[in-house]
Design a protein around this ligand. Structure first.
Ligand code: GRF
Length: 220
């Protein structure tokens, strides 16, 4: 027996899944989600872009696309709990169903994850469980792996440890440095993330009776 991860799916362009994208910087993955959202059969809608950094270029991307944004800076809060409560409140205001962390440089804890249980998705530039945390591309180069890639996963309380939803492999080439390898990984991220969010909205990400999520590899 299995169930869609997100209730009331499948969605469609006329009844889209309401997502928020959390960002801290450039927002190239946000851009990929924006571009996909313009296609006719897209079943999700970006209802909010939230940044913890007021100068993030991602905010300019949101504005250009006509998407509402909010800046909630973690430095304005003494307690992490209060910061996360604020994030929950803002998401409630925009009736957000799923949160996508796309280059959001904060770790979310209990308070937020309880409110959005199984509904927070992260993108990591490595093949999890390899190279969690910061500087994943440098870690891969240092280890001299032949292949790395990117992972879309559900967020739990660990760092890049949640259930894996989708992955894409990127070969490490002779002469690669951090810039060249990051660049090729990002190209894969831009393909993988919008596809995964679309599959989520279509109800193709399912969980078994133990709650373990999965999505058919054939969809990718
Ligand atoms: C991505 O490479 C993602 O894997 C990591 O942060 C980066 C964000 O890039 N979590 P961008 O802001 O989407 O360009």
């Amino acid at each position: 027996m299995s169930f869609p991860l997100i209730k009331d799916t499948p969605r469609s362009s006329s009844n889209p899944l309401r997502i928020a994208v959390f960002v801290s910087g450039n927002g190239s993955n946000l851009q990929a989600l924006i571009d996909e959202a313009k296609t006719p059969y897209c079943a999700y809608k970006i209802c909010l872009v939230l940044s913890n950094e007021e100068h993030a270029f991602a905010l300019t991307r949101a504005k250009t696309a006509g998407i509402l944004s909010e800046v909630i800076c973690h430095r304005d809060f003494v307690e992490r709990h209060d910061y996360e409560e604020k994030l929950v409140e803002i998401c409630g205001k925009y009736q957000i169903e799923v949160v996508i962390l796309a280059g959001f440089m904060r770790v979310l804890g209990k308070t937020f994850l309880k409110a959005f249980s199984n509904r927070v998705i992260n993108l990591h530039p490595a093949l999890c469980p390899a190279f969690p945390g910061l500087h994943a591309v440098t870690q891969a180069l240092k280890k001299r792996v032949w292949f790395t890639g990117c992972t879309v996963h559900l967020v739990n309380e660990g760092v890049d440890t949640g259930p894996i939803l989708a992955q894409s492999i990127v070969p490490v080439l002779d002469g690669d440095d951090e810039a060249s390898l990051s660049n090729r990984i990002q190209q894969e991220e831009h393909r993988l993330l919008p596809k995964l969010v679309q599959e989520l909205a279509l109800g193709n990400v399912i969980q078994d009776s133990f709650g373990t999520p999965s999505v058919k590899r054939a969809h990718f």
